[in-house]
Structures are given as structure tokens and as C-alpha cells.
Design a binder for this molecule. Structure first.
Ligand SMILES: Cc1cc2nc3c(=O)[nH]c(=O)nc-3n(C[C@H](O)[C@H](O)[C@H](O)COP(=O)(O)OP(=O)(O)OC[C@H]3O[C@@H](n4cnc5c(N)ncnc54)[C@H](O)[C@@H]3O)c2cc1C
Length: 430
């Protein structure tokens, strides 16, 4: 499939479809694929022409692998990715542990292109560039499609349902009147460095906490072909309102934090000194904790990072973006009357179907909330480096704690219980 095959011009898209999915990141593509496999006519649009870059650490953690398997693309992804068998967590005092898990790294330019192609192979159409401008509404105020723009022209595309999978930037949420928090939950930046000579030194996904990285952490992730993704992220775990979040983050300078990372982590310094830096440092925001946006309104679902589906503490969100995108698709396939808007004969049955979709989708997201809440609690580790020293020291002496941490990474149990008085007592007891 060539680039032009899969980025259809806005003017070539049909006038209507059953589901219009906006945003072809992992959430939107996963949603579009599952929907298209179920039969509805799906149009997927993105403001950017694919393949496109996305600022990310590119780390594929266990929940991502599970989602890729459900989509049937895991083998394809792993043929391109660099696999790794452990996450190395380095404490401020330099000690470390390796937590085993199914891990890999694949630049998002390739991962997202593959996911988007899988949606197209399932029968979805892809339109790009096509920026979501605003939702269309019928006389009753129900969303029934979107106004889209390619920069030169704006046109309407009517749909029975609209799914917003527009990521961490709030613009689309604001245009749809669904944004509850404009400011991000955190920020991160990264660059790529090629250094084939360091492949043996950096086989794990390396997470580094340090007192100079207060409020966040640094990472070095080994990508394919001797390339490394290196970056720093600032993730805040406290209750946020727009004003206080801006105030706190106003003083933080991520570039300065990146320089501090190079001072704190000798492997990062060596990588940057000896390696070939591929492109500059690029930053992007996070939306975390399943907060910050309404999840639905009649005719519309919000999914992926737009719905806050990225973990605070680690900033990981590719897996949960796909999971929530598929949850949106499942809710629609199970409950929506997926017929063109004009074919709806009974407004009452349409309302019942809208309510059933929303109820089902909300229940699926709510089932994820305990995990997001405990990751939010665990984000305190980013503020208290001494706690990381303590946990890593303890884990090095306790196979039981190592097993627990492995269960957390592999999503077999919830993290966070260590942050209660009882949890700390358990941690310190033999
Ligand atoms: C620096 C950094 C490092 C990270 N590292 C990791 C990591 O290692 N592992 C991990 O799991 N997660 C990581 N994340 C989080 C991860 O990037 C997100 O959780 C994930 O991209 C969310 O997927 P999504 O599909 O919801 O949104 P996105 O991937 O952001 O996709 C949204 C899409 O919507 C399109 N769009 C936006 N607005 C419009 C509009 N108005 N009209 C049309 N299209 C629009 C965009 O062009 C984009 O293609 C990191 C994030 C950052 C910032």
C-alpha cells in the first residue's frame, strides 16, 4: 500500500458513514479496526498525513502486547520491534533491579502506520489530512458527524456515531465542549541517538530516578538497529486544577531536566557524547488518570489519551489507548443502531441505544479506574526519591517483593499499596 493509497483526500471521502473515528493513533486505529471487522462503514481521519512521527518513548509494555494480540498484529509488530526481557529500574543511589516482563521498543512512526494499515485492511477508509473542526448536531442536539478541514476546504461528514481519539492536546475536546481540564497532566521530551556500540550495555528498558529529576524520571529505551530513545518526563501526582498545574509546571524546564539526566546517568551522558543524535529534542504533553474530559455525549465517545488513558507515574499509554479504543468499538457494536442517521425511524429507540452505548462504555472505563488511581498514587515515587531507594533496596533482598513488582508490570495486580502505612510496614518486614 503506498502513502497516497491510504491517505484519501478529504474531498474523496464519502458524505456519510456509520462511525467516524477522529485520530489515527493507537486508540483510533484499534477502534476503527474492531468496528470495521464487525461490519459498520468506518471512516478514520487524522490531521496529519501518515506515516507520521509521534513524540513518545516507544516502549511497548505488557498491556500493549495484549492489545496487539487482540488486534492480530502482534507478530507483525514484533518482527519490526526490538524486544527486551526486563525493565531496569535505577534508584537515585545507583542500585537497580530488573523486573521481567514482555517488553519491546518500536518507533511510533512504524507502530502507528502498522496499526492504521490493519484498520484499513479490516475495511475502514482513511482520510488525511483531515482536521476535526467541530461536531455536527441534529435538531435535538445529538452529535451526528463532524466538520472536517484539510486546510484549504472545510466539509461535513455525517455519521451515526463520532469517536474522538485525538490524544493529549485539548483542542478537539474544547471544540466538542467535552474538555474538563485544559492543562496536561505532565510533559516529556525525547530524542533518538544511534550508537550500535552500546547495544550490549543497554538491553533493558532503563528507567532512572534521581533527586535532580524531581517529579519525574529519565529513560533510555533500546530501539531497533542500534538506535536508542532517550528522554525525561515530568509527571505530577497531585490533584490538579488548571491554574495550580500551570503554576507548578511554569517553573520546570524539561531541557534543563534532560541536562541533569545526562549528569546523573553516565550511560545517558556517554550515549549523547559518542552517539549520532538523530533529530532534536521534541516534547509533548500527557493526559493521565482517565480524568480531564467527559467520556461521552449522545452520538459521541471519547477514547485513548483524549479520555486521559495514560498512566501517571510511568507515562505509558499506548496499551491503554488501544484497550479503550477497542472498548469504544465493543460498546458500539453491542448497543448502537449502526445505520445512517437518516434511517432512524424512532427517536425513542435511538435515545435508548445512545444510553446503552454510553452506559456500557462508561462501565468498561470505570473497570480500569482502580488501576489508574493506584498508578496516580504510585506517582508519588517521582516526588520522593528516597522512597525509590527504599523500594529498590528492599526488592533486592526480597523475592516476594520482586514477584509483586513483576505482577504490577505485567498487570496481574495493582500497584500503590506500598504507599499506605501498612504497605510501608509490609515492605520493611522480612
Ligand atoms: C515523550 C513521551 C513519551 C512516552 N512514552 C511512552 C512509552 O514509552 N510507552 C507508552 O505506552 N506510552 C508512552 N507515552 C504515551 C503515549 O504516547 C500515549 O499514551 C499514546 O500516544 C496515546 O495514544 P492515542 O491514540 O490516544 O493518541 P495519539 O497517539 O496522540 O494519537 C492522536 C492522533 O489524533 C490526531 N489528531 C489530534 N487532533 C486532531 C484533530 N483535531 N483532527 C484530526 N486528527 C487529530 C493526531 O494527529 C494523532 O495522530 C509517551 C508520551 C510522551 C509525550
Amino acid at each position: 500500500m503506498t502513502t497516497s493509497d491510504w491517505n484519501q483526500a478529504l474531498s474523496d471521502l464519502p458524505d456519510r458513514c456509520d462511525v467516524l473515528v477522529v485520530g489515527a493513533g493507537p486508540a483510533g486505529s484499534a477502534c476503527a479496526q474492531v468496528l470495521a471487522q464487525g461490519g459498520p462503514r468506518v471512516v478514520l481521519v487524522d490531521s496529519q498525513v501518515f506515516p507520521r512521527d509521534k513524540v513518545c518513548g516507544d516502549g511497548l509494555v505488557p498491556d500493549t502486547h495484549a492489545a496487539l494480540r487482540r488486534l492480530g498484529v502482534h507478530d507483525q509488530v514484533m518482527r519490526l520491534a526490538q524486544s527486551a526481557s526486563a525493565a531496569r529500574c535505577v534508584a537515585p543511589n545507583g542500585s537497580f533491579i530488573d523486573i521481567a516482563g514482555e517488553l519491546a521498543v518500536l518507533p511510533r512512526r512504524e507502530l502507528d502506520a502498522l496499526l492504521c494499515r490493519a484498520a484499513l485492511a479490516a475495511g475502514a477508509l482513511m482520510g488525511a489530512p483531515a482536521r476535526f473542526v467541530a461536531p455536527l448536531r441534529d435538531e435535538a442536539g445529538r452529535v451526528c458527524g463532524a466538520e472536517l478541514s484539510d486546510g484549504a476546504q472545510t466539509r461535513a461528514l455525517r455519521s451515526r456515531w463520532l469517536v474522538l481519539a485525538t490524544g493529549a492536546l485539548p483542542n478537539a475536546l474544547l471544540a466538542a465542549n467535552l474538555c474538563q481540564r485544559r492543562s496536561p497532566s505532565g510533559m516529556a521530551l525525547r530524542t533518538y541517538v544511534r550508537h550500535p556500540g552500546m547495544v550490549d550495555d543497554l538491553r533493558q528498558l532503563r528507567f532512572v530516578w534521581h533527586r535532580h529529576l524531581h517529579g519525574g524520571y529519565g529513560w533510555i529505551f533500546p530501539a531497533p538497529d542500534g538506535v536508542f530513545n532517550i528522554g525525561v518526563g515530568l509527571l505530577d501526582s497531585r490533584e490538579d486544577d488548571d491554574r495550580s498545574a500551570r503554576r507548578r509546571r511554569g517553573g520546570s524546564n524539561l531541557r534543563q531536566m534532560f541536562d541533569q539526566f545526562l549528569q546523573a546517568e553516565p550511560l545517558a551522558a556517554r550515549l549523547m557524547r559518542e552517539g549520532e543524535v538523530l533529530g532534536g529534542l521534541k516534547g509533548a504533553p500527557f493526559r493521565c488518570d482517565l480524568t480531564g474530559a467527559m467520556w461521552s455525549r449522545p452520538g459521541l465517545l471519547v477514547t485513548g489519551e483524549a479520555a486521559g488513558a495514560t498512566y501517571s507515574f510511568t507515562g505509558e499509554g499506548i496499551g491503554k489507548a488501544m484497550e479503550t479504543g477497542m472498548a469504544a468499538a465493543d460498546a458500539l457494536l453491542d448497543h448502537a443502531a449502526l445505520v445512517p442517521a437518516d434511517d432512524i425511524t424512532s427517536p425513542a429507540s435511538a435515545t435508548r441505544s445512545d444510553e446503552a452505548v454510553a452506559r456500557d462504555y462508561h462501565a468498561r472505563l470505570e473497570a480500569l479506574l482502580p488501576r489508574f488511581r493506584t498508578y496516580r498514587q504510585a506517582a508519588s515515587f517521582n516526588r520522593w526519591p528516597w522512597l525509590v531507594n527504599l523500594v529498590i533496596w528492599r526488592a533486592r533482598h526480597s523475592p516476594r517483593l520482586m514477584a509483586k513488582l513483576g505482577d504490577v508490570l505485567n498487570e496481574r495486580r495493582l500497584p500503590g499499596s506500598m504507599l499506605t502505612a501498612r504497605g510501608l510496614r509490609n515492605l520493611l518486614s522480612p
